[in-house]
Write a protein that binds this ligand. Structure first.
Ligand SMILES: *Cc1c(COP(=O)(O)O)cnc(C)c1O
Length: 362
């Protein structure tokens, strides 16, 4: 008899749940998890390797628990007159968001997002025993300040997630919505700006709203534009008192000396690391135009991916792309698929494969 989860004294609220599970398939063209598909530039890779090598002999000691140098570097990178005292970081922004929920969510509390949105919010909320409240979006997944504020007033959540631009839809979020939700709430408001570097400069950042708003948190990641997903580094900016709250729940020394050294080295080269962003935005727009030309319905996007509808059988098209060596994401919205912008060659391969598949189907 094989043992199943039912045989374990698992928490009741975890029974029947499924773990995060984007397929990790060894396909040549992987456009399914919104990574930057360009490798770390060789000059930067060398400096990172050197920086990591320098800390190796000292790995017998615990790292700087306050990762002060890294926080200072993030503050400098973000600008907006931020200081190290306003910065937090962890192993991916997922861990940052987990810290937020551990400190401000928990059993008997609620967390809210506007669906469809990043699936990890739900999993992280449940992981700390919080109830998840699924707010709704308007026409074409857009959000308006008045509707968002009304929903937040009615649900009265302890933590609200605003994903800007939103994953998996790509929808940019205007700062009006952030301001309205903040006014309407008594809880923590997290603006997840994982894709901020791909958004048009004029759309602004919630970092500009931080002064005077101690319940507002802005999270970022090195996993997307920064081409550093494998290093697992995410960070957050907020009032220094929020950082004090997050210290209560983090594991001691949660950022290893290796991670700190690697992230610091990468940040020293932020210009080179972000050099591919302009081309990725170009490829993203090629995808939007390309899928529209094939008769699909792409949504407005400010990120490095495109969600498109009008797919009669999303599962079947996903499989046909897979069989042609192209991995995209079935995000569970019927009739829709999501694809990340890759290099020019990868993007072309995706568009060519989709054109063949579409011709076959018609
Ligand atoms: C990819 C992504 C993240 C980043 O996760 P990491 O843990 O930093 O790799 C966070 N939020 C959203 C909405 C994302 O799509």
């Amino acid at each position: 008899m094989t043992v199943t989860l039912d045989d374990l004294p698992l928490r009741d609220d975890l029974r029947g749940q499924t773990p995060y599970g984007a397929p990790q398939a060894p396909l040549a063209i992987a456009l399914n998890v919104n990574e930057n598909t360009h490798p770390v530039p060789p000059v930067v890779a060398d400096d990172i390797a050197r920086s990591v090598a320098e800390v190796v002999a000292g790995l017998n000691r615990y790292p700087d628990r306050e990762f002060y140098d890294l926080r200072e570097a993030f503050a400098g990178y973000l600008g907006h007159d931020l200081t190290a005292e306003q910065i937090w970081a962890a192993n991916g922004s997922n861990e940052v968001l987990q810290h937020v929920l551990q400190a401000f969510g928990g059993p008997g509390r609620t967390a809210m997002g506007f669906t469809p949105t990043y699936s990890m919010y739900t999993l992280l909320a449940r992981g700390v025993g919080s109830e998840w409240i699924a707010g709704t979006r308007g026409e074409r997944f857009e959000m308006s300040p008045s509707d968002a504020a009304r929903q937040v007033r009615e649900a009265n959540p302890d933590v609200v997630f605003l994903c800007s631009p939103n994953n998996p839809t790509g929808t940019p979020l205007s700062l009006d919505v952030v301001e309205a939700v903040y006014e309407a709430s008594r809880g923590i408001v997290v603006v997840d700006e994982a894709y901020a570097e791909f958004a048009p400069a004029e759309s602004g950042t919630a970092l500009s709203l931080l002064p005077g708003r101690e319940r507002l948190l802005v999270s970022r990641t090195m996993s997307k534009a920064f081409a550093f997903a494998g290093a697992r580094v995410g960070y957050l900016a907020a009032d220094p008192v929020v950082i004090d709250a997050l210290r209560l729940v983090r594991l001691p020394y949660h950022l290893s000396a290796v991670t700190q050294a690697a992230a610091l080295a990468a940040l020293r080269h932020s210009e080179e690391m972000l050099r591919t962003v302009a081309d990725i935005v170009l490829q993203r727009d090629r995808i939007s135009e390309g899928v529209a030309a094939l008769g699909y319905d792409p949504y407005r996007t400010g990120s490095n991916f495109v969600l498109f509808g009008g797919v009669a059988d999303a599962r079947a098209v996903w499989q046909k792309l897979y069989d042609r060596g192209v991995l995209v994401r079935d995000v569970g919205i019927p009739g829709h698929l999501r694809v990340s912008a890759g290099t020019e060659a990868e993007t072309t391969a995706f568009l060519d494969a989709l054109r063949d598949i579409t011709a076959e189907e018609n």
